[in-house]
Design a binder for this molecule. Structure first.
Ligand SMILES: Cc1ncc(C[n+]2csc(CCOP(=O)(O)OP(=O)(O)O)c2C)c(N)n1
Ligand SMILES: [Mg+2]
Length: 395
């Protein structure tokens, strides 16, 4: 009994935090609209309608995890721990934008910050995050298999819209995730729209039905406008992902969320909180506090400096100490070999000297060793776990 009470308290505390962030996200959307002269200079989308599922996902991501959020995931970023100010610095392309110093498009997060999940840079082409995100999961699985990673609990979250799931890239990613049994969760936020095309115009089936075609992909549907439902569902999904490598999840959210007010995530969460001991006055306080915070952060963001034009190329290339070719191109004792053999010998040397290395790529396989025999004998020598790719062999 005590345990149930304890659990309810935790859920309520999380729900209250979610309510506050929902109010913040809504205030941000309203403020951007009122200030559209300034804000619409930079293309942006808000997370209106998607707040519940995004907040649930953001709360559950840990510093050990990896995430590929897409442009709509503003509420997920709030839940991860970004302030409205930081997100506004990105919207306004300011110098202190935490993702890229004001150099990239809004809603393209990238992050390497202590205590936060790792976020690689995102592409502007929708759905393109699916392959790199799946690659991260592949990397994690490989490092674990080699005993090179101590944190056992990492997962990758790849967030997508329903329109983007119709793209070929996403099919490739799903295929590799099931083939290699990777620790990844695909969160598909289905609002039944692309930009101007409806679900009916884009596809014959939704993402949940589509996912059934990928053998071994574990699917789950949840009403993404209901915070409690979303949170419980994601706890289950993340838990599976953390503890059994080889479980993938497909996420799906309810349809046409904003068509009826009853499906507005804020209205739903409000009803839940009122039924669970909160008063209208306390919720009103949260709303007012959120609105004030967002307004103050916006005023502050407007005053912040723009990026310095003189350092626009500072981060184009990583620094390298190797600026000149060294060594002898034709050593006296050297034997002349074809280019493909030279490459094969180089990879052989790397795999011999670095047991943790992997030779990976399209059509790299054990049986034939590639179309030019560029991987010949390597899988036999070092094992298929170290020499593998897609299209031929399982590792
Ligand atoms: C490859 C590609 N095609 C088209 C676009 C233009 N575009 C940007 S967002 C978008 C809609 C995507 O819809 P969905 O994946 O359902 O995401 P939603 O915004 O509905 O959450 C499109 C077509 C793009 N960015 N990249
Ligand atoms: Mg959509």
């Amino acid at each position: 009994m005590e345990e149930v009470k304890q659990k309810t308290l935790i859920v309520n505390a999380v729900a209250l935090r979610a309510y506050e962030l929902m109010c913040i996200a809504r205030s941000m959307a309203q403020l951007y609209d009122v200030n559209r002269d300034i804000c619409s200079r930079y293309v942006h989308s808000t997370s209106r309608g998607h707040e519940a599922i995004q907040l649930a996902a953001g709360f559950l991501l840990t510093a050990n995890d990896f995430a590929s959020p897409y442009y709509r995931d503003e509420s997920m970023l709030l839940a991860i721990g970004f302030s409205p100010l930081e997100l506004m610095l990105q919207l306004l392309a300011k110098k202190d934008d935490p993702f890229s110093g004001g150099r990239t498009y809004y809603g393209h997060p990238s992050l390497k910050r202590k205590g936060f999940p790792t976020i690689p840079h995102q592409s502007s082409a929708t759905g393109m995050q699916a392959i790199p995100a799946t690659g991260m999961a592949h990397g994690l699985a490989y490092l674990h298999s080699q005993g090179l990673l101590v944190e056992k609990e990492s997962i990758v979250l790849c967030s997508l819209g329903d329109g983007s799931v119709t793209e070929g890239e996403v099919a490739e990613a799903f295929q590799m995730a099931v083939l290699k049994k990777l620790p990844i969760t695909y969160l598909v936020q289905d609002n039944d729209w692309g930009i101007s095309a409806t679900g009916r115009e884009m596809r014959t089936m939704d993402a949940y039905e589509y996912a059934a075609g990928f053998k071994g992909l574990e699917r789950m549907r949840v009403d993404g406008s209901d915070f409690i439902e979303s949170y419980k569902g994601l706890v289950k999904a993340f838990d599976l992902g953390h503890h059994t490598s080889g479980v993938r999840k497909e996420w799906y959210r309810g349809e046409n969320l904003l068509e009826q007010e009853k499906d507005d995530p804020i209205v739903k969460l409000e009803a839940y909180l009122l039924a669970n001991g909160q008063s209208s006055a306390s919720l009103k306080k949260i709303q007012d506090r959120s609105r004030k915070k967002v307004q103050e952060d916006f005023e502050q963001a407007l005053l912040m400096p723009d990026p310095d034009p003189t350092d626009f190329d500072s981060h184009e290339f990583a620094f390298t100490e190797i600026l000149e070719e060294k060594g002898t191109r034709s050593p006296k004792s050297g034997e002349k070999v074809t280019m493909v053999d030279a490459a094969l010998h180089a990879v052989d040397e790397i795999l011999r000297q670095h047991p943790e290395a992997i030779f990976y790529g399209q059509d790299v396989g054990a049986r034939l060793g590639g179309v030019f025999r560029e991987a010949a004998t390597l899988a036999q020598k070092y094992g298929e776990r170290h020499v593998c790719g897609w299209g031929e062999t399982y590792c």
